[in-house]
Each structure stands twice: as C-alpha cells, then as structure tokens.
Design a protein around this ligand. Sequence first.
Ligand code: PEP
Ligand code: MG
Length: 591
Amino acid sequence: MGKTEVQQDTYLVGLGVSPGIGIGRICLLNRLALVAEWSIDDDEIDAEVARFRAALSEAAEQLRAVKQNVASQQHLREHIYILDTHLLILEDELLIDHTEALIRQNHNAESALDQTLKQLRVMFENIEDDYLRERSSDLDAVGQRVQRILAGVRDATLEQIEEKSLVAAHDLSPADTMQLDKNKVVGFLTDRGGKTSHTAILARSLGIPAVVGLDSATAVVASEMPAIIDGTTGVVILNPSEDTFREYLKRKLAFEYLEKELSAYRDLPSETTDHVEVALRANLELLSEVPAALNDGAVGIGLYRTEFLYMNRTTPPDEEEQFKAYSEIVKCIAPHPVTIRTLDVGGDKFVQDVSLVHEDNPAMGLRAVRLSLRDVGLFKVQLRAILRASAVGQVRIMFPMISGVSEIRTCKRIVSSVKAELENEGIPFDDKLKIGIMIETPSAVMIASLLAREVDFFSIGTNDLIQYCLAVDRGNEHVAYLYEPMHPAILRALKQVCDAAQSAGIDVSICGEMASEPLYVPIMLGLGLSELSMNHACIPRVKRVLRNLTRAEGQILLEELLQLSTGKEISTQIDREMRRRLPELFGEFVI
Ligand code: PEP
Ligand code: MG
C-alpha cells in the first residue's frame, strides 16, 4: 500500500504499553541510517579503525549531553541509568574487538559494526526471559546512533517536533524517548518494542500514550497524516473519520477524568465496603520504579524480580552489589515488606559461572530454582545478600518454580547454612525472615497442602501457572487463544491453593498478571486473598473496584463461576455481573 493510499479509518493493532489516548498528526522520524558496504585496502585499515573509534567517542559525547539535559528534569532523573547502560555498551569489549577484527579483515566500519550487532542480537534473541531479550533494543539504539554518526547523518534533535504530534518511528531509543516534549508529543507508535522495553517503561513514566510492536506501521504512515492512538488497547487509527474522531475524543476525556479521579485513591485504605483489607503490593523489576510504586499507593513489594540485576553483563553481581541494591529498596519501602525472589532465569548468558546448555524445551528445563540448586555457590551469594538486607527492614524470601517438597527443603537447608555462616561472621540478619514459594507448576497446586507445611507463604505466579496447567506457551501467538486465565481449571487450581494455605494458616497472594485485572477483583475476594501484587500502575484501578465490593459478593460470584464449564462462559458471566453491579466502573469505557 502506498503511503498516500491509506484509507479512512485504517486500523492497526500493536501492543498498548502506556495508557491514554493521543489524537494528532503523524511526525515520522527516521532514526535508521542505511548501512553502506565496501571493502577497504590493507593500507586503509588503521584509518578505518580510527574512524570507528571516533564515531564511538562522538556517540558517547552525544549521550553525555542528553544525560546532562535529563539530570535537570526531576521526573526523568530516575532513568539516567538507561543512558549509563548505553554508555557502557559503547565501551563493551566484545562490540569493539569484534568490529575492529572485521575491519582488519578489510570490511568498512559500517558493515563491520553491522555484522557485529547482528551476532550480538542473535545472542540476545536466544534468551528465554522476555525482559532480558528485550534489552537487545538498547544494543540496537546504540548501534543506530553510531551508524548515524558514521554515515554523517546529523542527530536530528527531537525539539523540532510540532505541537500535537504523534511520533512514529521504526524504533525509539530510550534516549530519544527521554527527549520527547510532553507538551508537543501526544503519543508515539513504533514498529518494534515490547511491553517491558525501556522505551515502554519511560513512556509510562512520562505519561505519554504509546503503542509499540506494530511491525510495519512506518511503511504505511506519512508525516502530517491525522491519526489516533489508544495506548490502553494498542489500537492505532489512521485518517480517522469524523465519527471515529468524536468517539475517541469522548474516550480521551473519560480517560483523563478517570486518571484524575484515580490519583485520589493513593491514600485511601484498600478495603472492601465491609472493611476486609487487601494489601496491594507492587511487582518490581528496577530500583528506579520504587518512587512510582509508592506514588501509586503500593504497600510493599510482593515480587522483586532479581534477575534484572544480572542483565547486560558477563559476570553476576557480587554479594556487595546485591546487598546494596536490596537494602536500598528495603529502606525506600519501609515499613512495608519487600519480597525478594531468587534468580529466575533459564540458561543465562550473563552469568558466566553457569554453564550454558542447549535445551529443547527450556520452559521445562534448567531454570529458576533448579538453576540455583545446581550452582549452589551462586545461590549462596544471593542468599547472603538477601539475608543481610533483612537486617535493614522487612524482607521476605521467595523461591520460583518449586515443583516438589524436596526442592523447598533443600532451599531451606541452604538458607540455614548461610544463616550459620553469617552468624559465625557476626553479620546481622533477621532470623525470623519469612520464607515462601511461588506456586507456578501443576504439581505445586496438587500438593499445595504438603508444601504449606514447609513455608510461611505462597505467592501464585499465574503467568507460568496458566501456561503449565493448560500446556500453552505464554509467549506463542499461535496458541494465545488457549491462554485463558478464566479457564475452569485455573479457577479450581487457585481455589485449591488458597484453601490449602488458609487451612495451614499461612499467607497467600497472587503476583501474576491476573492480580492486576480490575474485573477479577471479586474472584480475588472470593478466594479469600488478603494480599495481591501487581504492576504498580494498576494499583489505583484495582483499589477502586475493591472499595466498591464486599467479600461476600466475591464469594457468591466465585461459587457461581465455579459451576460453569468453559473459560468463555466464565468471562462472559463475570463481565455481565460487574457491569450490572458497578456500571459506573465497568460501563462503556475500558478502565
Ligand atoms: C508468574 O509466573 O506469574 C510470575 C509472576 O513470574 P514471572 O512472570 O516473572 O515468570
Ligand atoms: Mg513465573
């Protein structure tokens, strides 16, 4: 389709990563420099290496300039680490040595760098963990910056963007995103990107609606084209008709009104109308998310995904570095608890001590706690750091992917031996620190009552539990239609786990994505949960629904839902019921 032939009301669907509606005109940014390829003579090699080195220096200078600019802006300061990551990539030995080796084989700098980046990208793409895999976008951003310099393309300042612009780009680097002026940019859309990319995280921080992962949108859109993006649903509408425009203007106003109203929920108690309290905690990936989590009213961290500390590096963080990171979070979140989950990765290229094995079925392979139990040395370093942080504030420790009682017993034995070591060394820790497990495997559900005797708490990881229970890969779009949180098997599994925990008198919560869905709040109440953990941005919405229901309403509705036979029937029923009970919350617009 030619760019001028885009019809009225052309819909594109990507991933909505930053909620809100943006209405404006497209500003197409071309951040990709074409990579020219030629071969160089032997006597040109040194000069070509020098040209490559000079481009790296200039890229570093550009990034330092952006950093200086960002440092003066309070709301962006917490993201400076992204620029530091990019500066570190520019110094990466693998990147530099590999590119220079190719130049010495008579490739020009542009193509040598391009080949190096392609190889590094393959390494990234083989990583199983979504977040770590998406870090390849940082590599791309840095690579493109250097390519632009090599090609002599001036780094276009994003300041020339006009008001009410919807920025469209193949990919936007975090550094680009940071420079977007919220007064002019009403949203952005990109071909690349995922929900956990830095760009997405930044868009949420900046409050700019964003849709990413559109695949080839930039091949279709043209500058000045009128468009609408819905960062909640991931819908982009090109050349909207007058009716569509009016409809989205209405939605935009409703969204903005709701946002204002939701900010009032931060300091309200999170309890039902009959005063049943449910602690709403945040899932945390990065230290930089802590202020936003507090701002959204999180009372503690229900899941800290520590694997993020291990990313973008060739050696794992040592005890001191981990201790600093954990204790910093614990101090910021005090007096509330921080639940630190031990390393949850598969064959991790960033951890040099852990040997890489090829696995045909990595989701069922050497991952999470299995990896920790295989490399007890690495595991102990993390446990020492967590235990030491427990002297600073309230810490809970949680093990991922537990599939049987022996595994948790082994983990507890190792915790005891680490405690004994610390005690001998006179290092303080909280001896009463609570130990819990993620419930993510069908076997853990089936033996929940046995596991409950072993630990202080359960946290149900529905993201994995659904994939393992229903045998549906959580990342495979071909079977995505089968990934049903409301499948009767999942409701039964949740009930079985909650009942087992409650009979044993231990705490239970849900920290998978399910916990953040406002529609499911009555189910959470029906299950008797008094703790949920979710993306911090979802806390006000969940709290709002919670404050409009009684626990008994949840119990009755859950009983009804458990009588139904299919996921579709259950979803329809809950949708209907919530619209009937709370039309002001589940009416016309998505909340
Ligand atoms: C889960 O599986 O639900 C979970 C919270 O863990 P993760 O998404 O990190 O696998
Ligand atoms: Mg999981």
